[in-house]
Design a protein around this ligand. Sequence first.
Ligand SMILES: C[S@@+](CC[C@H](N)C(=O)[O-])C[C@H]1O[C@@H](n2cnc3c(N)ncnc32)[C@H](O)[C@@H]1O
Length: 488
Amino acid sequence: MSTPGDGAAEQAAPASSSTETDASAGDIITVTIGATVPTGFEQTAAEEIEEKIGVEARISKDRGRLYFPITTDKLYQIHLLKSVDNLFVVVEENDHYQFKESKEETLEELQQLASKLPWSNALQVWKLNGTLKKRKGYRKGGKAAKVKPNSDETAADNEQQEVPEAVSAADGQTETEASPDLETCAQDSEEGAPKAKILKFRVTCNRAGDKHSFASNEAARDFGGAIQEFFQWKADMTKFDIEVLLNINKEEIVIGIALTEESLHRRNISHFGPTTLRSTLCYGMLRLCKPQASDVILDPMCGTGAIPLEGALEFTSSFYIAGDNNDMAVNRTVNNICHIQRRRADKGSVSGLPIDTVQWDLCNLPMRTSSVDIIITDMPFGKRMGSRKKNWDLYPSCLREMARVCRPGTGKAVLLTQDKKCFSKAVSRMGGLWRKLHTVWVNVGGLHAGVYLLKRTENVFGQTPEDIYEPRETVNTQAEKTDDKELS
Ligand SMILES: C[S@@+](CC[C@H](N)C(=O)[O-])C[C@H]1O[C@@H](n2cnc3c(N)ncnc32)[C@H](O)[C@@H]1O
């Protein structure tokens, strides 16, 4: 078997087992793109792909993943998707891979696989993807990560975020640096031309299923070793140019090349709070309630403002009001909005964002009855934020006040919580005002949570038995405010 030599994507070995025809550089080819999305929002992501790219996406058995075809002339469009976290180009996939019984045999087979895969087209797409990023002025580390959070704002953005199940060959190292200029990676074959640098790579193995005889890091290590030998690339777990993905889900195996250096959910937030929600999840929640032109959309417990900010950027013909009872949360929202406004102004945009921020207690909103079209919020789970005990009081009060301000008949609410029991009880007590339409089960920071789509009934507020619910005392609200001080 010939080896493709240093670095150049176009020098990938001819694919001995390829079912595709390898294209030469510049040809328009069709490849399969894999996308990871917040679990539970696969269907929402498929709808976005259909709407923006015009192709049908296949939802994988592996939760939180889908696949769709794309021609290379439209490759840039994949980076415009708002529901996807990570993107990769598929090298090869096999739904029914027959793993060998013993670990040794399986790992040996994985090693052999490296030289048999149809790498060419995927490497060509990876290279093209790099030039697209360059044209966009995209640089790793030049985005939200670059903004130095204030000391009280360094809280991890991870409580409400998914825990990666992936095991990396890099032994948990996730730090990556700017990819070198991809064009300099290409080896110039002309005599006297400067010798191109050798590509650095790593293999990341994401494995699900308990019937495998090998560990993820063993698979990554042995598959990586064979890739190194085949391409003569250099393994580097942190400063890599190319990341090869080995995704194994039970008997399914998908080999891909990463097209995103970090998750695309890191796009809007520069001032994090203890429970900042991923922008991709916010987008999924927003899509669920289908915002229309001139809708007034409320996030009454906005935290860092992740949901309304995503809305103001993506569903721009609606107006968003972001409120919270915590002054630190309100400050973060204001800072996040200002940061985005500055970023947009730097790019020449003159229009402001359709969003306003206010400090309030959700249980006594300073808003007219029936004046809001959509309420969308991420409620305190009662773990890091608030407490389970307080939720028994808070949730009914919230639902009641939300029902007051929401338009009867047409109003909607999309509410995220992990305190499912308390929430369901509260909704059933408000049966005359809210009707549960649909629930999307999601994974938020490793917690199984529900995104509940509720519809405001036709009933006029103040005329149902639910309205008799006693409003909470002001003093009680004050006490909760103090207790709910965010944990760092
Ligand atoms: C889970 S966090 C929201 C996080 C937010 N989605 C983000 O991405 O940053 C819940 C928020 O509800 C706020 N909150 C709790 N009780 C409230 C009340 N009675 N009125 C207004 N906000 C409240 C908390 O201060 C907290 O910021």
